[in-house]
Design a protein around this ligand. Structure first.
Ligand code: PBG
Length: 324
């Protein structure tokens, strides 16, 4: 038998494999999600997310600096409120936790890209991402509140806002509100394609944002749908989204790939809390090699078409990417 093609020739040595490698992770690929807590010197570990804590703004700056020094260019901030109420009013408080953290970060690390999550679920007493009216989410009333929240983040100095609520029309509403107030250069990273996923479990513990009644399937997408992802992304792009995100990441690689083929905007993918927790838990049991699985999962997300990846592994991944 005469074999003409022997793909193994290019796999023989690491130097050759490296030369023909299609996807290479860089520290610049990562965005580090962080949880801002009220107070000072506060560090509360999150049980289902080993290595991740809620941090008061002073300690959050230190942690962001550690990531920045490893080459991570951006953080995404979630806030824990001082108080929760029906309308999530603390979300737009100029002296709120996120707003304070943004100011502290911008002062200490002016070149760090600061992105803020815009949503109400951590701020409402019922835990939903919108204003509830007679047991239903009032989409259009929510848009006004979200616009106020985004404005308060821009005023604090955020470089980008990232609406994660999945209300219809929110990108357009936020874009208009920002432009009217002179924030036309603040970018929108939209959670364009956000599935109603069970992989958000550990995050809801971290952000204390689990819904107190019902679930999020009335606004987040059905995991069974892919054409709808194109529709959602198209709407967000028409409304002015600068970057479009798919979330979660690894269970939805097909969606990342489709969007990358269809749109010219950069694609972001969010490796969510449950994806992180699964790898951490299996590694703690000695069942998986944490570093190897982390890098393989992140490489697969980039290979599928993601330009940037939001991941709780950002620091470790950047350190390893810089060395490879
Ligand atoms: C808020 C929000 C969620 C996540 C990001 N923004 C949770 C949710 O929709 O319930 C999940 C992030 C993660 O799991 O890491 N709307």
């Amino acid at each position: 038998m005469e074999l003409v093609f022997r793909p193994r020739r290019l796999r023989r040595r690491e130097a050759i494999r490296k030369m023909v490698r299609e996807t290479v992770l860089r520290p610049e690929d990562f965005i580090y999600p962080m949880f801002a807590a009220p107070g000072q010197k506060v560090k509360q570990e999150i049980e289902a997310m080993p290595g991740i804590s809620r941090l008061s703004p002073d300690l959050l700056v230190e942690e962001a600096k550690a990531a920045y020094d490893l080459g991570v260019p951006a953080v995404l901030l979630f806030g824990l409120p001082l108080k929760k109420d029906e309308t999530g009013s603390d979300a737009a408080n100029p002296r709120g936790t996120v707003q304070q953290a943004v100011r502290a970060l911008k002062k200490a690390l002016p070149d760090l890209v600061v992105i803020t999550d815009v949503c109400l679920c951590a701020y409402t007493s019922h835990g939903h991402c919108g204003i509830v009216h007679r047991g239903e989410i009032d989409n259009d009333a929510t848009l006004e509140v979200l616009s106020e929240v985004a404005l308060s983040h821009a005023e604090a100095g955020a470089d980008m806002v990232a609406p994660s609520d999945m209300m219809d029309g929110r990108v357009g509403a936020i874009r208009e509100a920002l432009d009217e107030r002179g924030f036309e250069m603040v970018a929108i990273l939209s959670y364009a394609v956000k599935y109603a996923s069970s992989f958000y479990g550990p995050f809801r513990e971290a952000a204390e944002s689990a819904p107190q009644f019902g679930d999020r399937r009335g606004y987040q997408m059905d995991p069974a749908n892919s054409r709808e992802a194109i529709l959602e992304a198209s709407l967000d792009v028409e409304e002015g989204a600068d970057i479009i995100m798919v979330k979660p990441a690894m269970p939805y690689l097909d969606i990342i790939s489709q969007l990358a083929g269809e749109f010219d905007q950069p694609i972001a993918a969010y490796q969510v809390s449950g994806e992180y927790a699964m790898i951490k838990a299996a590694a703690q049991k000695g069942w998986l090699d944490e570093q190897a699985v982390m890098l393989e999962s992140l490489t697969s997300i980039k290979r599928a078409g993601a330009d940037v990846i939001l991941t709780y592994f950002a620091k470790d991944a950047a350190a390893l990417a810089a060395k490879s």
